[in-house]
Design a protein around this ligand. Structure first.
Ligand code: BGC
Length: 261
């Protein structure tokens, strides 16, 4: 795929949609600056979150904007997305597994759609416009939320579907111990959670030797409470795009026509 640069021949506007377990959010994006160009619209994720129900909600969201028909549309999804097809399903209905996300959403909206893993989209946005902007080398973006998502970007090129939240560490699926949802579930204070993050990030840096780690997800706005407690050899910084990262990244990838083949 094309390395990430924000100055290029690609369209300067696109639409991004972030499909999550609790909400479906979308907005047009100004790709020159990497910002939403209108307020984002959020519709609760239907329950059950089957492909047909979610696609209908996405169509409702797209129709609530007056968009040119050829505007590129990028969709994020909390799952492995291989060539447009969901290969897993985190916090969405299992019937998504094996479903072509691009096809289902394209037929509901009548538009050309590209689909990406949620962390990949967020990581790409941070590379183009945020905390990893201008960084060469190996950048790892980790999102801490209900699960742990990861995006590996090497000299501006995204290596999709790294799924590093599912490393097995000390006999556990890593995200079940170190995600933000684990902090809440186990009622951990920041120091207790930071111990789990320390174990997680140490394993990750020993395996990948990244030049930079960027930490995203909603909790990254409280980064002062836990990032200073980590003792790593890799520089680790908070994400900058916060909850717009998925929308911006999906729009940027779609504008490049990236299918991550
Ligand atoms: C999923 C990933 C996703 C991450 C964040 C994990 O459980 O396996 O595909 O990126 O959660 O939503």
């Amino acid at each position: 795929m094309t390395p990430a640069t924000s100055t290029s021949d690609h369209p300067t506007r696109a639409f991004g949609i972030d499909i999550g377990g609790s909400g479906i959010k979308g907005a047009p994006v100004d790709l020159v600056v990497g910002e939403l160009s209108a307020d984002r619209v959020r519709i609760p994720t239907p329950s059950p979150s089957t492909p047909a129900a979610v696609a209908a909600t996405v169509a409702e969201l797209v129709d609530s904007f007056d968009l040119p028909h050829d505007l590129p549309i990028g969709v994020t999804f909390p799952a492995v997305i291989q060539h447009g097809v969901a290969r897993s399903a985190a916090n969405v209905d299992d019937s998504w597994i094996g479903t072509d996300v691009t096809e289902v959403v394209a037929s509901a909206t009548g538009r050309v759609v590209h689909a990406y893993n949620d962390a990949d989209a967020a990581g790409y946005a941070e590379t183009l416009y945020g905390a990893a902007r201008g960084h060469s080398g190996v950048v790892l973006v980790v999102t801490l939320g209900t699960g742990i998502g990861s995006a590996l970007v090497v000299d501006g090129t995204l290596v999709p579907n790294t799924e590093l939240g599912h490393l097995e560490i000390d006999g556990h699926d890593a995200e079940s111990r170190a995600a933000d949802s684990a902090r809440e579930r186990d009622d951990l204070d920041w120091a207790q959670w930071a111990k789990r993050l320390q174990r997680y990030f140490r394993v990750v840096e020993d395996l990948l030797w990244p030049d930079l780690i960027v930490v995203g997800g909603g909790v990254s706005k409280k980064h002062q409470n836990f990032l200073p407690l980590l003792d790593l050899r890799t520089p680790i910084v908070p994400a900058e795009l916060r909850n717009a990262a998925g929308i911006v990244g999906a729009a940027a990838l779609a504008a490049r026509g990236t299918s991550l083949h």
